[in-house]
Write a protein that binds this ligand. Structure first.
Ligand SMILES: [Zn+2]
Ligand SMILES: [Zn+2]
Length: 296
């Protein structure tokens, strides 16, 4: 069988979020304050509603991304590194055609698109059929840090899309607007260097995972076995872990628990894909991208 592992290229793990707001739309804080709120991050994207906020002023975050949240009344979509020409005849109206045009222009500009908070049923959310009608987007926001567990978690939609055979990555972002929404969920990217180009290259390849505080040292394939090395040190190794391997349709393939620093799953060939979720006692978590499993 063939197992496509996105975690093969080496580099450094970098931490960041692509989806956050400022006073340029409905965020509470000006750009300079948002930079300070994210002190310690390796990269940060600012994605105001229907506006590309220019990065300017003093900041310590090494790498920043221009972004926009296309915000119709029905659905929201994040574009990272969109071309400025999208603003010329801009409309946030949700039609597949209009949203797809934004995706295409962003991809052609070297950026990427993510369908965000797809389960925010009380305001702006995605119907699965609309997600399946879209093409060329890179990912789905599976963890949004807005603060409503009923609405911010979307592993179900991710599994549904992956199970059709469409390959999309899972993203975690704060979508921060107000006090307390910062540093809840982020992406940890294995990039060759901390530049916009290297981070985007790694993100497109799926060489990243979503974190709320815990993480992976790495994920590798040995023969037909997926080996997840959990973040490990003397203190973490004493703590209890809950590891789940998920496959097609969200099926639980294996669970491993204990004061472990590694978990393994031997593929049978019919999984479609395998993704790993891990929780550290206390609730800190990390969610891998899918490894695609094909019978040869
Ligand atoms: Zn939104
Ligand atoms: Zn937002």
């Amino acid at each position: 069988m063939k197992i496509a592992n996105p975690y093969t290229n080496q580099g450094t793990w970098l931490k960041g979020s692509f989806h956050n707001h400022t006073t340029n739309s409905d965020g509470w804080f000006p750009l300079e304050t948002v930079y300070k709120m994210y002190g310690g991050y390796d990269f940060l994207g600012i994605s105001d509603h229907d506006k590309i906020t220019k990065h300017e002023g003093k900041r310590e975050i090494p790498t920043v991304f221009e972004a926009i949240e296309v915000s119709s009344r029905q659905t929201h979509m994040l574009l990272v590194q969109p071309p400025h020409k999208i603003m010329e005849d801009y409309s946030n109206e949700f039609t597949i055609e209009n949203y797809q045009r934004f995706v295409d222009l962003t991809v052609e500009n070297g950026g990427f698109a993510v369908l965000v908070h797809p389960n925010r049923f009380f305001s702006n959310y995605w119907n699965l059929e609309d997600m399946l009608a879209m093409d060329r987007y890179l990912g789905v926001e599976v963890y949004n840090g807005d603060g409503n567990p009923e609405y911010d978690i979307a592993f179900d939609k991710w599994d549904a899309i992956l199970s059709t055979g469409y390959r999309v990555w899972g993203f975690g972002n704060d979508d921060s607007h107000v006090y307390g929404q910062e540093k809840r969920a982020w992406n940890v990217v294995m990039a060759e260097e901390n530049t916009t180009e290297a981070i985007i290259r790694a993100i497109k390849a799926g060489n990243f995972y979503v974190s709320t505080g815990y993480g992976f040292e790495g994920i590798r394939v040995e023969g037909n076995t997926i080996v997840a090395d959990l973040r490990s040190n003397e203190l973490l190794d004493k703590m209890y872990k809950y590891v789940t391997f998920f496959g097609k349709d969200g099926k639980v393939l294996k669970e491993s628990t204990g004061r472990i620093s590694q978990a393994q799953y031997e593929c049978q060939g019919n999984e479609g894909y395998v993704r790993v979720a891990v929780y550290l006692e206390g609730g800190y978590s990390a969610f891998s991208q899918p490894l695609f499993v094909e019978k040869e």
